[in-house]
Design a protein around this ligand. Structure first.
Ligand SMILES: Cc1cc2nc3c(=O)[nH]c(=O)nc-3n(C[C@H](O)[C@H](O)[C@H](O)COP(=O)(O)OP(=O)(O)OC[C@H]3O[C@@H](n4cnc5c(N)ncnc54)[C@H](O)[C@@H]3O)c2cc1C
Length: 292
């Protein structure tokens, strides 16, 4: 497989993915690119499609488990500045998919626009948050999405309405498309009150996170109206370990990859947890973590 000449300067081969994801695990991407603008992104998606090469978009890597075999296709990272811009127009805010979610939250709050402040502290990109319909404090990001600009696998650009994006509890119908930008419809509010609320939520979130552990993930979707942390505590799974992977003892909704952890150990631990929760409570815990 070779890409058109004008794209070759963007392509790297056998790029290790472990350092780019929070869990720090995973083999290489056969092809890897960081487009500098949207035109390049479009051409990369189109070229891969024409060659029959699978494409994955990498955001902040906070919701990804990459197997040691890596990914036999093209991984496109949206960390570049061109896909990270954020603009405000009245009560609407448009953010490039590569923008950090935390930047979008702070920009909205600082501009006196409410609707995203409860998502403060969720790591990752705007694109990653929208594709997985990230949520916190009982509200998901999809509820304030006005439209989503995506690239079809053919490279064709389309704008989808909130309804077409199909937001459900911690999922959307966007998986498989490349999100380029998202427009949010927000609510004008008092900056000081919004800032105070954001700070309060930030403190609460930070307190529950195992801060001394850099390699962590939040693998499970909260079951309807249940706190996954409390559920795992009740079932006695806090601190459970499989090789070099464990659930945190205080906040078991977090999976920790210790030195020497493998993707196999992560998957085994996740399966053991799901099995135990199902056996003891009848609840079928769904996976939030994406596996490549
Ligand atoms: C400490 C910690 C706390 C967390 N807290 C929360 C929480 O409170 N609530 C919550 O909902 N989640 C939480 N998460 C999970 C995670 O942060 C979110 O799911 C986040 O939105 C993932 O964004 P990302 O950019 O890192 O996605 P990535 O991990 O890079 O990607 C995840 C998936 O999204 C796809 N994707 C990413 N960008 C795009 C794009 N532009 N177009 C198409 N597909 C794309 C990827 O291909 C992949 O399938 C937490 C994770 C951690 C580690």
């Amino acid at each position: 497989m070779s890409f058109p000449d004008e794209l070759m300067h963007l392509i790297r081969t056998d790029e290790p993915l472990g350092p780019l994801v929070w869990l720090g695990i995973g083999g290489p991407a056969r092809f890897f690119a960081e487009p500098v603008d949207e035109t390049d992104l479009q051409r990369l998606v189109q070229a891969a499609n024409e060659a029959g090469l699978p494409v994955r978009i990498l955001g902040g890597g906070s919701n990804l488990l990459v197997r040691e075999a890596g990914f036999d296709g093209l991984v496109i990272s949206l960390a570049g500045a061109a896909t990270s811009q954020i603009e405000i127009n009245g009560s609407q805010m448009t953010a490039g998919a590569g923008a950090k979610l935390s930047h979008a939250v702070i920009k909205a709050v600082g501009s006196g626009l409410g609707g995203l402040e409860h998502l403060v502290g969720i790591p990752g990109s705007v694109g990653g948050a929208v594709v997985g319909n990230a949520s916190s404090d009982g509200r998901d990001i999809g509820s304030v999405v006005q439209s989503v600009s995506v690239l079809e696998p053919t490279g064709e650009r389309r704008t989808l309405t909130q309804q077409e994006a199909g937001f459900f509890h911690r999922k959307s119908s966007l998986l498989g498309l490349s999100i380029v930008a998202v427009t949010f419809e927000l609510e004008p509010r008092d900056v000081a009150a919004l800032t105070k609320r954001m700070q309060k939520l930030w403190i609460g979130r930070n307190a529950s996170r195992p801060n001394e552990e850099p390699r962590i993930a939040m693998p499970f979707v909260e079951p309807d109206e249940m706190n996954v942390n409390e559920l795992l505590q009740q079932v006695g799974l806090a601190g459970i370990r499989e090789g070099q992977v464990s659930l945190d003892a205080q906040s078991p909704q977090f999976l920790i990859a210790h030195s020497g952890a493998t993707s196999e150990q992560c998957l085994k631990l996740i399966e053991r947890v799901r099995e135990q929760v199902l056996l003891q409570t009848g609840i079928d815990l769904q996976l939030n973590l994406q596996i490549w």
